[in-house]
Design a protein around this ligand. Sequence first.
Ligand code: ASP
Ligand code: MG
Length: 412
Amino acid sequence: MSILVMKFGGTSVATLDRIRRAAKRVGREVANGHDVIVIVSAMAGRTNELVGWVEETSPLFDAREYDAVVSSGENVTAGLMALTLQEMDVPARSWQGWQVPVQTTSAHASARIEAIPPENIMAKFAEGMRVAVVAGFQGISPEGRITTLGRGGSDTTAVAFAAAFGAVRCDIYTDVDGVYTTDPRITSKARKLDRISFEEMLELASLGAKVLQTRSVELAMRYKVKLRVLSSFEEPDETAGTLVCAEEDIVESNVVAGVAHSRDEAKLTLTDVEDRPGIAAAIFGPLADAGVNVDMIVQNISEEGMTDMTFSCPVNEVKRAEKAMADAKDRGEIDFGALVADTDVAKVSIVGIGMRSHAGVAAKMFKTLRDEGINIKVITTSEIKVSVLIDRKYMELAVQALHAAFGLDRAA
Ligand code: ASP
Ligand code: MG
């Protein structure tokens, strides 16, 4: 017996009609001989609505109750999907996270899956159930409370089930037909990738290519889960979607696999910071404690024992960062001249495992931006990625130019 995991995102279960369409696909896989675990998201827009209700009711909400509320959208679609399958004479049953149970940490609103004991579901498969429809995004804490996995978390549910059940594959049905070389809304020359490595996908996911939750890619890499991203609006064939797989399974690839962007970035500079051992810890410790997701960091050249420290973070975390720095200054932990925030920046990145073995990739990126007259404000690199911060108004232009320069444009 082979188990297949099929995950349907919010747009794929947005209406009863779409649930029926999705159920038909599931029915086909059952007819192909698979036992199927279906992971569902909430109907499109529902989770946002639930989050809104929580925030309106209680601005400083108790995260346990937030989870109790926002997890409910998936309960609805799980039950509806099971009913739809039953109407098609496919033996199906729905499962909420706690019933499986999907055991998670107690970090409410951003819990991690610790274990998924397969026994309960396997026992039902043994009795003739062919489809287990599981509510994504949710689990149960050691204290017995409902948890959620962070926004986009049903991708992670799906991969975790594929790992726990040794599934032949994990198919993620979404509203795009795969992973693209860049955002098709920015350039019509973006191309769908047939394959991409886990490492590249991880960089693209965390860089704002919102196809998969980052955590789901990490899990897939760790447990070698074959992950396929495909559209629920098109008829699947052999080449449908994008396979996210191990590097060894990619025969030939471009040096740069994709160009990613992240629009809502901010650049913050602390001026006149004392250049002494421990200063970075004194700055970034309080920022981390305040929940500021610092991305790029640059320490400028030191002059007479003083330096400037520049970092970037999401634009909606600037206020928190400013407060954390002001508080640390008040406590006497750090001293600085000013905190200068530039909230009109965007990040553009090139990603590709081919960079490991090719020289001159970064230089080509910088030349391309120069030719477009785009000024680079901050640069960071990793083994398979180069990122730059630029003025937000040039973001589209930068993505288009880099996409062309690295040979990613679709042939006209
Ligand atoms: N419904 C949840 C969200 O919108 C989880 C998911 O769809 O992955 O974040
Ligand atoms: Mg999603």
